[in-house]
Design a protein around this ligand. Structure first.
Ligand code: WT7
Length: 634
């Protein structure tokens, strides 16, 4: 067991207390285990009130030296990444730490040869192959700021993100294939780049031999051509601890996506500490997180967290149901996976399938099962525990957010007693609290409220790129002194936390976070739509599905076709992941006297719980409620 790993509940309590009594010495001790070019002047400064939190300021480091170079002597021949491609076979492809280091150094030289250096933003829009990690790490090595865009996003979403961070370069593939579906990434990129004048160079890694892709000789180059002559020697550039490492966009309740800024020092320390304690990988273990690197889970628990701990991980290009619903378990058997980390949506999708897809495979290597991204219902928790873990693997239900950089509330495996549906207790360094709507802290257990965090931790987002005001407004102004998570939460008699879901206008569909405003904007683009409102409705597999209430200009003759048109617009503006499940055509939307849409009412109607509505007479237009209750959705 590595140092700084908690192995008993008493030790957890002791470490937790230490982190509360003296957060600075707690994090400083751990930070000292990394390689720094220069030591920090201050462990921590700034506050939530002022929105200027800093950790390890004045320190200089390069995170890739800590992910790679530092391990080479002892672990150079150890596998850093296995690569499991879309089409399953019996081959085990892998990159050792030595090989990954060499690839990253080569690509860092390529980036520098294209004029990319410290502070430049680079957008990455790629398939889930090791090259995605190589591209991100090479950016970090030269001090450039990567912004990975999930390859399921549309040209429009990609363009918005590139424009917002003014990226100088885009790295992409010709295409990707997930399941049976080809996504023409280069075509989508070309379309996005029509509106992105800041991008000077595009590097394309061939993956699918996609035919007839466009090519701009002055801008586009093949990854392989550039890498062929690149030198494998590269000196990592020392970067200030508080300089940005990456920008990752999240949907908010209003307006365009927010570029969360994570920094090199604090993020590194936090990613590493949480990886080590929540998964507790042993030296020879194989760890697998099924997420996509386009989300924060992939950043922290596929790329940085595992590499910082010299853990062997898997990069998985496919989906849980391809070629059949046994794929995940097949991969567990193939690589003898020890720690497995996935989403409740994947679990729910697979538990509805024939159990033979589980039984066929040997899952005895498993030691820890993780869950992330959305509340896990007890049924799914129990199935995961019994059918996958054979009641012998602790389940770590990990609550955190893009903004938090790493896991915040989670059991420590084999240490924290678990309860189905509960993320349980905060990790050391994290002080959660519940506040009521007026911002008063609720001290007693057996209560429910808004989940906030009381004290800065090293992984907290430092800013919204280019919009500090929005950063303050979203997280700090409402309840001064606290970081506002946007989640509702219950704390039971034992002090255990159970996340109940978003309490703002953010939807969580299959663990993907989507803003209502973005979706409504896309729907309102339909020429026959006057106004729309979307809410989340409970869904058996996705957790939440999108239910849209739409006011059309004229009557709609063919509601099915209308829904398809709407979904086409959403796919184009955002992504197919934001498609609506149901559309209800309405004459009006319930509004308060100040003109605000009463989403609470719409949510109850969408959940088929309209009998809970209560008194609606204070609405501006109470008559619409009856009409909406009677209406039909398609
Ligand atoms: C939101 C953050 C953090 C990784 C992926 C999502 C929800 C996340 C849990 C959990 C209940 C959870 C919250 C949170 N969430 N993990 N274990 N139990 N809810 O990152 O896209 O930034 O979304 O996901 O609502 O606020 P994200």
């Amino acid at each position: 067991m590595q140092p700084f790993t908690i192995t008993s509940f008493d030790e957890y309590k002791k470490e937790y207390q230490k982190s509360v009594d003296n957060p600075e010495s707690f994090w400083e001790e751990y930070a000292e285990t990394f390689n720094w070019h220069e030591k920090w002047d201050n462990v921590h400064s700034g506050s939530f009130e002022e929105g200027n939190v800093k950790w390890f300021e004045g320190g200089k480091l390069n995170i890739t030296e800590n992910c790679l170079d530092r391990h080479l002597e002892e672990h150079g021949d150890k596998v850093a990444f296995y690569f499991e491609p879309n089409k399953s076979d019996d081959v085990k492809r892998s990159l050792t730490f030595n090989e990954l280091h060499e690839e990253v150094c080569k690509f860092a030289n390529v980036l520098e040869s294209k004029g990319i250096g410290k502070g430049d933003r680079v957008a990455i829009y790629m398939a889930m192959t090791p090259e995605l990690a190589i591209a991100a790490l090479a950016c970090a090595r030269v001090g450039a700021v990567h912004s990975i865009v999930f390859a399921g996003f549309s040209a429009n979403s990609l363009a918005n993100r590139i424009q917002d961070c003014e990226a100088k370069m885009l790295i992409t593939n010709d295409g990707l294939i997930r399941g049976e579906k080809l996504v023409r990434l280069k075509d989508i990129s070309d379309k996005a780049l029509q509106n992105c004048p800041t991008v000077e160079n595009v590097i394309v890694r061939e993956r699918t031999q996609t035919s007839n892709i466009g090519w701009d000789d002055d801008r586009d180059e093949w990854w392989d051509t550039l890498m062929k002559d690149a030198s494998p020697d590269h000196e990592a550039v020392p970067i200030d601890a508080e300089d940005p490492l990456f920008i990752l966009y999240t949907s908010g309740s209003t307006g365009k996506p927010k570029g969360q800024v994570h920094t090199c020092g604090g993020y590194m320390v936090y990613a590493s500490y949480t990886m080590r304690n929540v998964f507790q990988p042993d030296e020879e273990d194989v760890y697998w997180c099924t997420a996509d690197a386009g989300w924060i889970t992939g950043h922290t628990y596929i790329i940085y967290g595992p590499l910082l701990n010299a853990v062997s991980g898997i990069i998985f290009e496919s989906t849980p149901t391809y070629p059949d619903p046994g794929r995940l378990w097949k991969v567990v058997e193939k690589y003898e996976v020890n720690q497995f980390y996935t989403s409740p949506t994947a679990i729910r999708a697979l538990m509805n399938k024939d159990i033979k897809y589980v039984k066929k495979y040997d899952l005895s290597s498993l030691k820890v099962l993780g869950s992330v991204g959305e509340p896990i219902n007890e049924e799914a928790w129990n199935w995961y525990n019994e059918k996958i873990g054979h009641k012998d693997c602790p389940i770590v239900d990990t609550w955190w957010q893009t903004e938090t950089g790493g896991i915040m509330i989670s059991p420590v495996p084999d240490v924290t007693p678990t309860k189905p549906g509960f993320a349980t207790l905060p990790l050391p360094g994290i002080q959660p609290a519940l506040v009521d709507d007026d911002g008063n802290e609720i001290e007693e257990n057996g209560s429910e409220g808004n989940l906030v965090i009381k004290k800065p931790w090293p992984g907290v987002t430092r800013d919204i790129w280019g919009n500090h005001e929005r950063y303050m407004e979203t997280y700090f102004n409402k309840y001064p002194g606290y970081y506002l998570t946007g989640d509702g939460c219950r704390r039971d008699e034992d002090g255990y936390y159970r996340i109940t879901g978003r309490i703002d206008d953010v939807l969580n569909v299959s663990g993907h976070r989507l803003g209502t405003a973005e979706i409504e904007d896309a729907i309102d683009d339909h020429k026959r739509v006057v106004e729309s409102a979307v809410v989340g409705a409970p869904h058996e597999v996705k957790g939440e599905a999108i239910y849209a209430f739409v006011i059309p200009e004229h009557e709609i003759d063919d509601p099915e076709a209308f829904k398809q048109e709407i979904n086409k617009l959403i796919t184009k503006a955002i992504s197919p992941i934001a498609k609506v499940e149901k559309v209800q055509v309405v004459g009006d939307l319930p509004k308060t006297r100040s003109g605000k849409i009463m989403r609470r009412i719409l949510r109850l109607v969408a959940a088929d719980e309209a009998e809970e509505l209560g008194d609606t007479s204070t609405l501006l237009n109470p008559h619409v409620v009856e009409e909406i209750k009677e209406g039909k959705a398609y």
